[in-house]
Design a binder for this molecule. Structure first.
Ligand SMILES: Cc1cc2nc3c(=O)[nH]c(=O)nc-3n(C[C@H](O)[C@H](O)[C@H](O)COP(=O)(O)OP(=O)(O)OC[C@H]3O[C@@H](n4cnc5c(N)ncnc54)[C@H](O)[C@@H]3O)c2cc1C
Length: 385
C-alpha cells in the first residue's frame, strides 16, 4: 500500500467519514482516512440509528447551511443508493420559560423562505393527537424536518469514499503528527504516512490531536444517552404519523418516531462532563426516569417497557458554534468540531472541508466557525494531553 497521499482525514466518525467521501469525489485514491477504533464503533458521537435534521435554527447562517445540508445529503443518496434522510416533519414546543429566543428562530426561517406553521396547543393536539400539551405551550411545525439515519449515512459515506478509490483504515490511532516542508508526517497504528493536507475530525478527542500542533480548544466533552421505549402503540409512532420533536429549553427533551429499533426514541440532555478515555457505558437511571416521566406527561401512548438506552459522548464549544477552519499557522490543515448539533450537517461539512482544501475557498457561510473567534479564547499549548 502506498504511504503518501494528498489528503489525510483523521477520525472517521460522522464528520470525518463525510469529509473522506467529499474529498474522494475530487481526489479519489489520493485520500487516506485513519480511524482510531473499528469502523462504526459506538464510543464517539455519531453512531445511533437517527439524528434530527431541521431548518429551525436561530440564525440565518445556520438556516442557509441547513438548506445546503439537504442538498449534500441528496448527492450522497443519489450516488450511494442509500436512503438516509427521512422527512417526518418537525415540531418545536415553546414553553413559557426558556433561555432560547423563539423570535430568532422564526425570523431566521422567514428570511430564508422556510415555511412553518405556528400552532396553539389545540392545533398541536388536533394535528398530532399523540401529544398532550396545555395552553401555555406553543408549537412551531416545519414540514421538511425529520431525521438522518446516522448509522446508514456513516456507512454510505465510507462505502462511497472507498468506491471512489480512497483508502480508509480502522484501528489506526494517530499518535504523532509532524509538519514537514509541504506535507505532514502522520504516524497511525505504528505506520508512517505522509499527507499534503490534513483534516482533523476527532470529535471528543480533538484536543488530543491538536496537542501535536501545540494547540488546544476550550472544549467540554459530556456523557449523554438516548432511550428506546417499547410502546404498546407503536403504530401511532411510525414516521408517516409522528414527527421529530424538541422541547425548546437549553437542556432539552427531544424525540423521534420509530426508526431503526422497535421503540420510540426519546432523550434529555445530561451535560455530564467526562474524560472521553475514562467514560463508562452504563446508562444513568435518573435520566431514564426523567425521560419516562416527561413522556408520561406529554406523549403518554409512547410509554412502555424500556427497550434499551444507548450512551454516547458529546463535544461542546463555549458558544455551541462549530469549529470549521484552518489551524492557525497551518493553512493546509483544517479542523472540525461538531459542537453538539452537527450530524444534520455532516455531509455539507465534508463538502465544505473538501472545498477549502481542494479549491482553497468555499461559498458556505462559515465565518461564525473560526478557530480564532473570541469565544474560543487563546489557543496556547495544552498542559497535559
Ligand atoms: C445523544 C446525542 C444526540 C445528538 N443529536 C443530534 C441531532 O439530533 N442532530 C444533530 O445534527 N446532531 C446531533 N448530535 C451531535 C452529532 O451527533 C455530533 O455533532 C456529530 O456526530 C459529531 O461527529 P464527529 O465525527 O465530530 O465525532 P465522532 O463521531 O465521535 O467521530 C470522531 C472520530 O475520531 C476518531 N478519533 C479520535 N482520535 C483519533 C486519533 N488519534 N486517530 C484516529 N482517529 C481518531 C474517533 O475514534 C471517532 O471515531 C447528537 C449527539 C449526541 C451524542
Amino acid at each position: 500500500m502506498k504511504n503518501s497521499f494528498d489528503y489525510i482525514v483523521i477520525g472517521l466518525g460522522g464528520l470525518g467519514s463525510s469529509t473522506a467521501y467529499w474529498l474522494s469525489r475530487r481526489a479519489g485514491a489520493e485520500v487516506l482516512g485513519l480511524e482510531r477504533f473499528e469502523f462504526g464503533h459506538g464510543r464517539g458521537e455519531s453512531q445511533d440509528h437517527s439524528r434530527i435534521i431541521r431548518l429551525t435554527y436561530h440564525t440565518e447562517d445556520y438556516v442557509r447551511l441547513a438548506q445546503q445540508a439537504y442538498a449534500a445529503w441528496d448527492t450522497l443518496e443519489e450516488e450511494s443508493g442509500s436512503h438516509v434522510v427521512l422527512k417526518t416533519g418537525e415540531i418545536n414546543f415553546w414553553p413559557p420559560v426558556t433561555t432560547l429566543v423563539e423570535e430568532d428562530y422564526l425570523k431566521s426561517m422567514a428570511v430564508c423562505g422556510v415555511p412553518f406553521d405556528c400552532l396553539d396547543h389545540r392545533e398541536v393536539m388536533k394535528r398530532f393527537p399523540q401529544f398532550v400539551v396545555d395552553d401555555a405551550i406553543r408549537g412551531v411545525y416545519q414540514p421538511q424536518g425529520g431525521l438522518v439515519g446516522a448509522i446508514a449515512a456513516n456507512e454510505a459515506h465510507r462505502r462511497m469514499a472507498t468506491q471512489n478509490g480512497a483508502v480508509l483504515l480502522d484501528n489506526r490511532p494517530v499518535t504523532s503528527i509532524r509538519p514537514m516542508e509541504n506535507a505532514y508526517e502522520v504516524v497511525a497504528g505504528g505506520q508512517v504516512f505522509q499527507g499534503g493536507k490534513l483534516v482533523i475530525a476527532a470529535g471528543p478527542w480533538t484536543n488530543q490531536v491538536l496537542a501535536h500542533f501545540g494547540l488546544s480548544l476550550p472544549l467540554t466533552v459530556t456523557h449523554e444517552q438516548v432511550s428506546y421505549f417499547a410502546s404498546p402503540h407503536l403504530d401511532d409512532f411510525m414516521p408517516e404519523r409522528f414527527p421529530v420533536w424538541i422541547w425548546m429549553i437549553l437542556d432539552n427533551y427531544y424525540g423521534f418516531p420509530v426508526y431503526g429499533a422497535q421503540g420510540v426514541k426519546a432523550a434529555k440532555d445530561r451535560f455530564a462532563p467526562v474524560d472521553p478515555d475514562q467514560r463508562g457505558f452504563d446508562p444513568d437511571p435518573v435520566n431514564e426516569e426523567e425521560v419516562r416521566s416527561f413522556l408520561q406527561q406529554h406523549i403518554p401512548r409512547a410509554v412502555g417497557p424500556l427497550l434499551y438506552t444507548k450512551t454516547c459522548l458529546l463535544t461542546h464549544t463555549p458558544d455551541i458554534d462549530f469549529v470549521l477552519d484552518r489551524l492557525p499557522g497551518h493553512p493546509d490543515c483544517c479542523v472540525v468540531v461538531g459542537a453538539t448539533h452537527a450530524f444534520k450537517f455532516a455531509s455539507v461539512i465534508g463538502q465544505t472541508l473538501s472545498e477549502l482544501l481542494v479549491d482553497g475557498s468555499t461559498d458556505k457561510r462559515i465565518d461564525a466557525f473560526q478557530f480564532s473567534r473570541p469565544a474560543l479564547g487563546k489557543h496556547t499549548a495544552p498542559s497535559n494531553l
